[in-house]
Design a protein around this ligand. Structure first.
Ligand SMILES: [Zn+2]
Length: 122
C-alpha cells in the first residue's frame, strides 16, 4: 500500500463482468456490486476498489465523511489519498456523484482531507 498506482484504460464499456445473477433492482449507478465483496469506484482516480477500503462521502446539508458507511442517501467513494481527493475536486466529481450542485470545493477539501493520512497542499 502507499504506492501510487496509475491505472488507465481499464475502464470503459466492459465493466459488468460478473453481473450474471444480479437480482438488484436498486440504484442504476450502483450496480457494480460484487457478490462476494462490495466494490465501488473511486470518484478521484476512477478505479474500482473494495468498498471497505474506500472513504464514503455523503451529503447532509454539506459534505460529510460517512466513516461507518451507513448514512442514508447517496454516497460517493474515494481512496484515502490526497491525490484522489484533489482529482475529485478538480473534476467536480463530488457534486456529480452526490447529485448536489452546491458543493463547496474548499469544504470538501477540509472535511475529507481531515480523514486522509496526509493532505498535500498545493
Ligand atoms: Zn482513487
Amino acid at each position: 500500500m502507499g504506492a501510487i498506482a496509475r491505472k488507465r484504460g481499464s475502464f470503459g464499456s466492459a465493466q459488468l463482468l460478473d453481473g450474471g445473477d444480479c437480482a438488484q433492482t436498486l440504484i442504476a449507478a450502483d450496480t457494480l456490486a460484487d457478490v462476494h465483496q462490495p466494490v465501488r469506484t473511486c470518484i478521484g482516480c476512477r478505479t474500482r476498489a473494495a468498498k471497505a477500503g474506500l472513504l464514503r462521502i455523503a451529503w447532509q446539508d454539506g459534505v460529510v465523511v460517512d466513516a461507518s458507511q451507513t448514512a442514508p442517501g447517496r454516497g460517493a467513494y474515494l481512496h484515502r489519498r490526497a491525490e484522489c481527493l484533489q482529482t475529485a475536486i478538480k473534476r467536480r466529481a463530488v457534486g456529480r456523484a452526490l447529485r448536489v450542485s452546491t458543493v463547496d470545493p474548499t469544504a470538501v477539501a477540509a472535511v475529507v482531507g481531515a480523514y486522509l493520512p496526509q493532505m498535500v497542499e498545493k
